[in-house]
Design a protein around this ligand. Structure first.
Ligand code: MOS
Length: 673
């Protein structure tokens, strides 16, 4: 289907959070800590308050009243202790955005700086093992005899991969408009991946009952996880509006987003793998080191994917964190699987070569019967099918495995492969369906962050109702609608689709309306290992003089349950793969250790892959009929496309050049070194 909101978007009728009109609106501009660790001694707002249009200055030296909450980042302006550079320490409210920004720069923040530490390293003295990694997995798992497995191996690798700080960079910067009504109720037009959860969080942080808060968010210009939880800008808008007695808008600048909206933790990942003479894994060890923040623990589950991938008689996975003077890391597309599969699938390529086995065949030889770590049966698993279909389409059979021997002029050519995976989960949601005129209205507080969720749900509802899609209207993106789970974790279609199907079925039974709540269904889901799988194939050309890498061909083959809509699905898959290409070759946020600061905080310096970087990228899928998922039969497709891509490209670069760059991104400088 074409997107149902396509016309609204191209004509500018679709409104994003910052674009809503409000009578007498004012603007708040954040003031950020100029040190990475220390104490704010004073905030001098006298110059700012004398500037044109300034209505109020909020400061951590005079904390505004708030309620409680679980996220220390949302307790804004409540402490003078600074634990990272860029922490919110004050804000100016003024009649225009320009006045607010000018006055914000005139606020004098006097800090006593302390020694800071922003450098992640494998021997950091503060490394500790968290109780859990996200969302709720043990940090450490181990079974079998690792030492014996490694000792018995005919081929072995012990290799360490690193990934840098990466930022989500959705094209719509985070923004909110907060409007208090005379009765003390609050409406927040927010750019969020989940209106229901956003409403609950905002209410709690402000000490309001949830039914006093409404979050409106019909259109969102990307999130990739950075809008998956409430961010400080939304709380700031509400508090500033209360202080100014007017509606207030907050729009973060691109630079401010780097400190206030999360990012992917850097990782240091050591892989120890062994294989016997027949190519069977004898041991798998995946040890991960990551960073987290002083007040907030975020434990990225980078080694959890390894627990589901390959059969091995012995396996250990561990995660350790260092608390640094950094903004809290957070969700970024395929948190866990994305860096984890990069390291695992790169190491698998190294081991395949050490064992003298084709990397496609090597993965197939190590296909497990049940999920290795849990022993659970897979609801369905078609990694082998994806590898075989990809190999056939890509022309893998003709590949000469020797690295660094194919030249096309000054370009070295190579190909690489890697597996993809992402969990298939669903969460409780509610929906209603109603006959209206000659059509139907479906209501659910789901979010469309650019994925096409509104269109997919329209199609799902139409198919269930036996009506043409043009006669179905889906209302979403508003917390006043039936409560729904996040647009996150690739769970949207599975979670919301379950509720929509159920509500539409209830309508068909009752005549004119139906409602559904899937909480019981989700609780009753049988124990299966549910994952989508895929295979990524990459062809690269490396300039032998400059080290520049080009990717003339990327092919992803996925097995992700039922594909609801081909156009939308292809867009999600190739979008994920494109982001994976960016991860492989470009994306990196600099860390200035002296200043304790992120550097290169804009799209001129933080490079994301764009059209000119992409040549032939294609995604296909194989039919998968999995009865153990949900009424839609879908596994979710938002994140699997990014997993494995960077490894496939890195493996292709090795094949082209004979150089294994183990630190992302694979820049010309690193290749030439
Ligand atoms: Mo995504 S990082 O699960 O919003």
């Amino acid at each position: 289907m074409n997107r149902v909101e396509a016309r609204d978007k191209v004509t500018g009728r679709a409104r994003y959070a910052y674009e809503y009109p409000a009578h007498g609106v004012a603007y708040a501009y954040p003031v950020q800590a100029p040190v990475a660790s220390g104490v704010v001694r004073s905030v001098d707002a006298s110059a700012a308050l004398a500037m044109p249009g300034v209505l109020a200055v909020l400061s951590c030296t005079d904390p505004p009243e708030i309620g409680s909450g679980d996220d220390p980042e949302l307790a804004i302006l409540q402490t003078t202790q600074v634990v990272y550079r860029g922490q919110l320490v004050a804000a100016v409210v003024a009649s225009t955005l320009e006045n607010a920004r000018a006055a914000g720069r005139a606020v004098r923040v006097d800090c006593v700086a302390r020694q800071h530490d922003v450098r992640l390293r494998a021997d950091h003295p503060g490394l500790y093992t968290p109780e859990k990694v996200n969302p709720n997995f043990p940090a450490v798992t181990e079974y079998g005899d690792i030492a014996a497995g490694l000792a018995a191996a005919a081929a072995r690798v012990d290799t360490t991969y690193t990934t840098p700080v990466e930022h989500n960079n959705p094209i719509e910067p985070h923004a909110a408009l907060a409007v208090w009504d005379p009765g003390g109720g609050l409406t927040v037009f927010d750019s969020t991946q989940g209106p229901s959860a956003d409403r609950d969080t905002i209410a709690k942080v402000l000490g309001l009952a949830p039914d006093r808060v409404r979050v409106v968010s019909p259109h969102v210009g990307g999130g990739f996880g950075s809008k998956g939880t409430t961010r400080p800008h939304a709380i700031l808008a509400a508090i500033a509006a209360r202080a100014a007695g007017r509606p207030v808008k907050v729009a973060l600048t691109r630079q401010q987003m780097f400190e206030l909206t999360g990012y992917r933790t850097p990782t240091i990942q050591r892989l120890q793998l062994g294989a016997d003479a027949r190519g069977r894994l004898t041991a798998v060890v995946h040890d991960v080191v990551e960073q987290t923040a002083i007040r907030t623990e975020f434990a990225e589950q980078a080694a959890v994917c390894t627990r589901a991938m390959y059969a091995s008689p012995a396996m250990r996975t561990t995660h350790r964190l260092a608390r640094l003077n950094v903004p809290p890391p957070s969700w970024m597309r395929a948190p866990g699987e994305c860096p984890g599969m990069y390291a695992l699938e790169s190491a698998m390529d190294e081991l395949a070569e050490a064992a003298g086995i084709d990397p496609v065949e090597f993965r197939i030889m190590n296909e497990p019967r049940t999920e290795p770590d849990s022993g659970l049966p897979f609801s369905s698993r078609n990694l082998v099918g994806c590898l075989r279909e990809g190999a056939r389409r890509f022309g893998w059979a003709d590949r000469d495995p020797r690295p660094g021997i194919r030249r096309e002029g000054r370009w070295l050519a190579g190909t690489g492969v890697a597996a993809s995976t992402y969990p298939a989960r669903r969460r409780p949601s509610r929906a209603t369906a109603e006959a209206s005129g000659d059509g139907f209205i479906v209501r659910i507080a789901a979010a469309d962050i650019g994925t096409g969720a509104r269109t997919a749900l329209t199609r799902i509802a139409a198919e269930t109702l036996g009506a043409p899609a043009a006669r179905v209207r889906v209302e979403m993106g508003d917390s006043a609608l039936p409560q729904a789970s996040l647009a996150g974790g690739s769970m949207g279609t599975a979670s919301w689709g379950s509720a929509v199907v159920k509500a539409c079925e209830a309508l068909l039974k009752n005549g004119s309306s139906g409602s559904a709540d899937t909480a019981e269904d989700v609780r009753a889901d049988a124990a299966f290992a549910r994952h989508a799988f895929g295979a990524q194939f990459a062809e690269v050309l490396v300039d032998s003089a400059t080290g520049e890498v080009r990717v003339p061909r990327l092919l992803g083959v996925f097995a992700a349950g039922r594909i609801v809509d081909e156009t939308l699905a292809r867009s999600q898959f190739i979008g994920g793969m494109t982001m994976g290409l960016g991860m492989a070759l470009m994306e990196r946020t600099g860390v200035d250790e002296w200043e304790g600061a992120f550097t290169g905080k804009d799209l001129a310096q933080y490079h994301v892959a764009t059209c000119a970087d992409i040549q032939d990228v294609d995604a296909v899928w194989i039919e998968e009929d999995d009865p153990h998922l949900n009424p839609v039969g879908a596994k979710g497709i938002g994140e699997i496309g990014i997993t494995g891509t960077a490894a496939a490209i890195g493996n292709a670069v090795y094949h082209a050049t004979g150089r294994r760059v183990r630190d992302l991104p694979i820049t010309p400088a690193r290749l030439l070194r």
